[in-house]
Design a protein around this ligand. Structure first.
Ligand SMILES: Cc1cc2nc3c(=O)[nH]c(=O)nc-3n(C[C@H](O)[C@H](O)[C@H](O)COP(=O)(O)OP(=O)(O)OC[C@H]3O[C@@H](n4cnc5c(N)ncnc54)[C@H](O)[C@@H]3O)c2cc1C
Length: 439
């Protein structure tokens, strides 16, 4: 078969789910010349999203863990196209990409369209500001590597200023307010607590973390980690209290200004740095894109085969999809765990489609438990398995398992041997690097 006559599978979005899918399909169908696999992403590098709070705090250098799509495409036998997807023509089976701009706003790649036979939309989610005034202007979102890097730069600048300024520190100068006590908010608070102590060790000795750095979490629900079981939330709460993180639960943020946040009951929380981690939605342009069915959060509604409800040739996975979960009121949760499982299932489904088989497997979400990392201090969570039942974990075992989730992602991308080599290299280089990014 010539390349031109191969069935074309296009995957848009190379994140937790999309890059695993492209890599695994490339290693099988692509390598054997059974299909032409194309991955499209709006950026040139991939960073596993659950690492973003560590990038924002400076405990992880985003450059060291980023994967180049072009190199990955070569190693895993798929094609990579740089471009932002914003339009779809279902009749002509085309994905439309907007022009890619370079420095000075010049067009590097003009608008183009990519033809597909089977399409997988895997573009993830973006923070939902719920239309609250001031959020977009004054809060940092942790949706992308660029946003996490920008927050880390700002944090470092604020520490440099605080260390050297001739005037006394303003009360809100080094405070960080985090809106949302889900896993992201809780993990970020613990990471920032650790970083404040690291900074003093690296010479920022004018700063007294206990006095100058106040970390505040504001949550609309009545408790932290509202979607996780209470038996995980309780020890996490104890740990945050031990770290002196201020918690305001049952409070809705109504307005954000450069100086701080206002809650529904009139409370003012002063903070120059503010992070919004209060829920996600799919990007706005996805809403009813070329007639596909979407929900209020702009997510594409899919059947359990992960096919969209109105087009058998278009699939969606991960945070941009809403997939039913039989026996549960709510759909499959937007987690890396779900995106990974869905990608694994789609490897089988798309292979079956290419082989001309009509029936497709149906996705069943398997909850293997949840783990919340509290920086170097501890991790807390539960592990669920057929043999083990539901076990609560805390301490170094939980931390080890938390890290192993990322290793599983790397294994799906690179295979077991390379994942092992990367792990060994990470362990060695960690000994030669500062614990916090200082540039
Ligand atoms: C700070 C943080 C911590 C988290 N921690 C955990 C955790 O501990 N455990 C867990 O299970 N989940 C966690 N999550 C959630 C998890 O990261 C997501 O559920 C998961 O990444 C979703 O995978 P995805 O493939 O749907 O999308 P993503 O991983 O978000 O990838 C989307 C990809 O699409 C690309 N893209 C976006 N728009 C376009 C476009 N228009 N055109 C082209 N490309 C586009 C992006 O560049 C990106 O590469 C965390 C999330 C955050 C932000």
């Amino acid at each position: 078969m010539t390349v031109a006559s191969l069935p074309r599978i296009v995957i848009v979005g190379g994140g937790a789910g999309g890059l695993e899918l492209a890599s695994r399909l490339g290693a099988t169908l692509g390598r054997r010349g059974r299909a032409y696999i194309t991955l499209v992403d709006a950026t040139l590098t991939h960073l596993w999203k659950p690492l973003l709070h560590e990038v924002a705090a400076g405990t992880l250098d985003s450059h060291e863990d980023a994967v180049d799509y072009l190199a990955q495409a070569r190693w895993r036998h798929f094609a990579f196209r740089l471009g932002r997807f914003e339009g779809l023509d279902r009749k002509q089976k085309l994905v439309h990409l907007v022009p890619t701009l370079g420095g000075g706003g010049r067009v590097v790649i003009p608008a183009r369209s990519i033809p597909y036979d089977l399409l997988v939309i895997a573009i993830g989610g973006v923070s939902n500001d719920f239309g609250i005034p001031g959020v977009r202007e004054h809060c940092t979102f942790l949706d992308s590597r660029e946003q996490a890097d920008a927050f880390q730069n700002r944090l470092l600048e604020n520490y440099l200023r605080a260390q050297t300024q001739p005037t006394p520190l303003r009360p809100e100068q080094l405070n960080v307010a985090i809106v949302g006590a889900g896993a992201t908010g809780v993990e970020l608070a613990a990471e920032l607590h650790h970083v404040a102590r690291q900074m003093v060790a690296y010479g920022f000795d004018r700063i007294v973390p206990e006095r100058d750095v106040r970390l505040v979490i504001i949550e609309a629900a009545e408790r932290i980690l509202p979607v996780l079981p209470e038996r995980i939330a309780k020890p996490a709460l104890r740990e945050l209290e031990r770290l002196n993180v201020t918690l305001h639960t049952g409070k809705r943020v109504e307005r954000v200004t450069p100086e701080g946040l206002f809650t529904h009951d009139g409370m003012h929380i002063p903070a120059e740095m503010k992070v919004w981690a209060a829920g996600i939605k799919a990007p706005d342009f996805l809403r009813e894109i070329d007639g596909l069915e979407t929900n209020r959060a702009n997510q594409l509604i899919v059947r359990r085969t992960l096919q969209t409800t109105r087009d058998d040739d278009i699939f969606a996975l991960g945070d941009c999809a809403s997939c039913p979960r039989p026996g549960h009121e709510r759909p499959v949760p937007p987690t890396a765990q779900a995106a990974h499982q869905q990608a694994s299932m789609l490897v089988r489904s798309l292979t079956r489609r290419i082989m001309g088989k009509a029936s497709l497997p149906e996705y069943v979400y398997r909850d293997y438990g949840s783990l919340v990392s509290l920086s170097e201090y501890t991790a807390i969570g539960n592990l669920m398995g057929n043999l083990t039942g539901d076990i609560r974990l805390e301490g170094w075992i939980a931390r080890l398992l938390y890290r192993s989730l990322y290793r599983m992602h790397q294994r799906a991308l690179f295979g077991t041997i390379r994942m092992g080599l990367i792990t060994a290299a990470d362990m060695l280089t960690r000994q030669t690097r500062p614990r916090t990014k200082l540039h």
